[in-house]
Design a protein around this ligand. Structure first.
Ligand code: PMP
Length: 387
């Protein structure tokens, strides 16, 4: 669309107003929703899947680490930003997932940027699931690699793309549990394709780690891929572990390479020790209480079944994510707002955060939700449905 000419030549950012008007008209303007420390709404919008962000062990570990180490890590990980807590967390993440090594980043976003840019470079083909997260896509852009989007969660489509390539090096990139619809990909089938076609595999297990698998060990480990020399996993510490940060997990030589080469690791201040301590304490709670992941999955299944029974277009619920499609971006946003006004917080996904043109509300399950809270959420979501 043509930008209007503005009369004041000194108003150099006047074009932003045009862009804002277009976004407003399309119903795509976002606003920050500020919450208080003890919200009087039931939270079905966050990613605290195991209900650990306020667990006493976790918050005490955060407080103790703050008193011991201070508020920040003081420098990049290779300068002054690595504490004993970071090293311990990396050791336990590797041990829990059955991988050789792990490297902690200050967010999952930066872990993805780091992993992608180190595994792919100009002349590499990235075969990317069409619904992959923005942090992976931003990594592709930084890497300078060739990128082909492959049909969502379709190993055969991936095989066709890899088999037809001209590039010698290739890496397939996929999420394990997709963040918007909560569906899973068959990782074993994807790895078989990669092996036949001589490609590496990078899996973003942000929504699988802590939720999938008998012990919550994540989708990669649950699929029997842990310890594979050709598989690299990224996770976030901000969802099931209720803290903050991210990690690259995989073969030692890859992790060492990431540590030396990933610019989002090298030039970023290390994760705050308190966040690392929070994630470590949460990981230990998960190990001590292995029924939390099963409870999270059961709550998601119950939500999906009951919303489906009420006639709503629910996607899938194999992990903690339950998505319901809305008729339009504006109506979906209104749906989420009405739920909030009625005491139930759900997330709203609109373009450009959705992989297709369908906006959705998304409910996330939590291990510590009560039956009464689940009943209330179902009532409110159904009552305000625009369908
Ligand atoms: N990957 C996926 C699939 C995600 O959903 C997210 C978080 N929205 C990230 C990566 C980024 O993780 P973080 O929030 O820790 O930066």
């Amino acid at each position: 669309m043509e930008t209007e000419r503005h009369s004041d030549p000194h108003d150099v950012f006047a074009w932003i107003d045009d862009s804002t008007r277009r976004r407003d008209r399309a119903g795509l303007t976002r606003r920050v929703q500020v919450r208080g420390p003890r919200p009087n709404v039931i939270d079905f919008g966050g990613n605290d899947y195991l209900g650990l962000t306020r667990h006493p062990d976790v918050v005490h570990a955060v407080a103790d680490a703050s008193l011991t180490w201070g508020a920040g890590s003081t420098g990049s990980r290779l300068a002054t930003g690595t504490t004993e807590v970071h090293v311990e967390l990396e050791r336990e993440l590797a041990e829990f997932t059955g991988a050789e090594a792990a490297l902690v980043f200050s967010s999952g976003y930066l872990a993805n940027l780091g992993a992608v840019t180190v595994l792919a470079r100009p002349g590499t083909l990235i075969a990317s699931d069409a619904f992959n997260h923005a942090s992976l896509i931003d990594g592709y852009r930084l890497s300078g690699a060739d990128v082909i989007d492959t049909e969502h969660a379709d190993p055969q489509a991936l095989e066709r793309v890899l088999a037809a390539r001209e590039q010698q090096r290739a890496v397939a990139v996929t999420e394990s549990v997709f963040s918007v619809d909560g569906d899973l990909v068959d990782l074993r089938a994807v790895l078989d394709v990669c092996r036949r076609q001589g490609a590496g595999l990078l899996v973003d297990d942000a929504h699988g780690f802590g939720v999938i698998g008998e012990r919550g060990e994540g989708a990669v480990t649950a699929a029997g891929l842990a310890g594979s020399p050709d598989v690299v996993t990224t996770i976030t510490l901000s969802k099931s572990l209720g803290a903050q940060g991210g990690a690259v997990i995989g073969p030692r030589r890859v992790v060492d390479h990431v540590m030396n080469m990933a610019r989002s690791f090298l030039f970023d201040t290390g994760l705050a020790p308190a966040s690392a301590a929070g994630a470590l304490a949460a990981l230990r709670v998960l190990r001590a209480e292995p029924d939390r992941p099963a409870r999270t999955r059961a709550v998601a299944v119950a939500l999906a079944e009951r919303l489906t029974a009420a006639g709503l277009p629910v996607t899938e619920a194999q992990a903690a994510v339950v998505s319901v499609r809305g008729p339009s971006a504006a109506q979906t946003a209104q749906w989420a707002e009405n739920c909030l006004a009625d005491g139930v917080k759900v997330a709203c996904f609109r373009p450009p955060s959705v992989p297709d043109r369908f906006s959705r509300i998304r409910l996330t399950s939590r291990a510590d939700l009560t039956e009464a809270e689940i009943d209330r959420a179902i009532d409110v979501v159904v009552k305000h449905s625009p369908w």
